[in-house]
Design a protein around this ligand. Structure first.
Ligand code: SD4
Length: 363
C-alpha cells in the first residue's frame, strides 16, 4: 500500500520520465548489483527485498522478504489474503519461487487457509523434490512445515465484494458456453443444447461480451512478480497473488507457473509478468523472454516480442512484463494497460518507479 509520500514520489517520477522521454526505455543499472525489480509500485516490497539483499542475504531470501512484504498489507487487494473472492467467496493463493542458479522451483496453487504464499512456495522448493502442491493439500503441507493456519483468508472487503457480485446476478464471470448466461449457477451444458445446433454454443457465454474478455484491471487482477540479483550475481524470482476476482473455484492462474509469471536463469537474466493469467500462461512469456536474452536479445526487445506474440492471438488481452538481463539492464512492455515496475539498485537513494505505455513492437 503506498503512503502519501510514495504517491508523490511516483507522480514526480512520472512527470520527470515523461519530460525526458524515458518512459519505457531500456535502463542500465549504474551501480550494478545487488538489484531488485518488481511489478507495480510495490515500494515497501522492493525496500524489504533491498534491505535483505543489500545486507548480504541471497537472492532467494530477498525474494521471500520482498513478496512477503506485499502479502501482509495485501498490496492492491490482489496479493495475499483478503482479496479476489472466487465464485464461493473464498480467497485462495497462488505463489512461486525460482532459484536461477539451480533452476529449482517451488510453487503452491489455489492454496486455501494459509496466507503466506511465498513462504509456502519456498518450503516446497527447499524441503521437497516436487515443484508444485495444490489446494488443501498445499495448505496441509505448509501448516505441517510450520506456517500459521488454518486461517480464514476472507476479509470484510472481499466478503462485501462477493455479496455485491451475487446481488448483481454473478456478473461478470468466467463461464462460457453454459446456461444461464445472465445469472448465477448452477450452470449446465444440457439446457443450452436444447437451444439447437451445437455450433450455436460459442454465442452463449455467461456474463461475457463477445467483443471482449472479462474486464481485467489492476484491482481485480494483480501479481507481485519480483526478480533479485544478489551481490554474487545470482538471480531468483518469486510471485504471489490471490488471482482473479470471481474466478471459478479451483482455478489456477499463471502465478505459480514457472516460465509464465516469472523465470530466472543466472546465466541469462530474469522476467516477471502480471495481467490476465488465463491467457498469459498459454504462452510462457517469461520463459520466452529469458531465452531471447540468452540468445543475445536486449531486454526491451525481448519483452516487447513476448507481449506481441500474445497480442497477435488475443488482441484484447491485458498484461505486462519486465525483463532484466544478467548485466542488470532492465525494461518493460505491456498491452492493454499502462504498466509500472519498480527498481532499486546501488546508485539509487530509494526505489524508482518506471512507467511503460502500451505499444506495438517495431520488429
Ligand atoms: C492471475 N496473473 O492469476 C495473475 C494475477 C494477476 O496481474 O493479475 N496478475 O491471472
Amino acid at each position: 500500500m503506498s503512503t502519501n509520500s510514495d504517491g508523490l514520489r511516483i507522480a514526480l517520477f512520472f512527470l520527470v520520465t515523461l519530460c525526458s522521454g524515458a518512459v519505457g526505455d531500456e535502463i542500465r543499472s549504474g551501480g550494478k548489483f545487488p538489484l531488485v525489480v518488481s511489478t507495480w509500485p510495490f515500494l515497501e516490497a522492493v525496500r524489504a527485498a533491498w534491505r535483505s539483499v543489500d545486507s548480504g542475504f541471497s537472492a532467494v531470501d530477498a525474494v521471500v522478504e520482498g513478496c512477503s512484504a506485499c502479502e501482509e498489507p495485501r498490496c492492491d487487494g490482489t496479493v495475499g489474503p483478503g482479496g479476489s473472492p472466487d465464485e464461493n467467496g473464498e480467497t485462495t493463493i497462488d505463489a512461486m519461487i525460482m532459484n536461477g542458479v539451480t533452476m529449482e522451483v517451488g510453487a503452491v496453487a489455489a492454496m486455501r487457509y494459509v496466507s503466506d504464499g511465498i513462504r509456502a512456495a519456498r518450503l516446497v522448493m527447499q524441503h521437497t523434490e516436487h515443484t508444485m502442491l495444490v489446494g488443501e493439500q498445499a495448505s496441509i503441507f505448509a501448516i505441517s512445515m510450520g506456517l500459521p493456519g488454518p486461517t480464514n483468508l476472507s476479509s470484510e472487503e472481499s466478503r462485501e465484494k462477493w455479496i455485491n457480485w451475487k446481488k448483481s446476478k454473478c456478473q461478470p464471470n468466467f463461464r462460457k458456453n453454459v446456461m444461464p448466461i445472465d445469472d448465477c449457477g448452477p450452470y449446465s451444458l444440457e439446457s443450452i443444447l436444447s437451444f439447437g445446433e451445437r455450433t450455436c454454443l460459442s454465442t452463449k457465454r455467461a456474463g461475457l461480451d463477445q467483443s471482449g474478455p472479462y474486464h481485467v484491471d489492476r484491482h481485480n487482477h494483480d501479481t507481485i512478480s519480483m526478480a533479485v540479483i544478489d551481490k554474487m550475481g545470482h538471480i531468483a524470482v518469486g510471485t504471489s497473488t490471490n488471482g482473479a476476482t470471481f474466478k471459478i473455484p479451483g482455478r489456477v492462474g499463471d502465478g505459480p507457473i514457472a516460465g509464465s509469471s516469472a523465470y530466472a536463469d543466472t546465466e541469462a537474466g530474469a522476467c516477471g509478468a502480471t495481467g490476465d493469467g488465463d491467457i498469459m500462461m498459454r504462452f510462457l512469456p517469461c520463459y520466452q523472454v529469458v531465452e531471447s536474452m540468452r540468445l543475445g536479445m536486449e531486454p526491451k526487445l525481448a519483452a516487447q516480442d513476448a507481449i506481441a506474440r500474445i497480442a497477435r492471438k488475443y488482441p484484447n488481452f491485458v498484461g505486462a512484463i519486465f525483463a532484466v538481463n544478467k548485466n542488470g539492464i532492465h525494461a518493460g512492455a505491456c498491452h492493454g494497460w499502462t504498466f509500472q515496475y519498480s527498481v532499486r539498485s546501488p546508485d539509487m537513494d530509494d526505489v524508482v518507479v518506471y512507467t511503460v505505455v502500451p505499444e506495438m513492437p517495431t520488429v
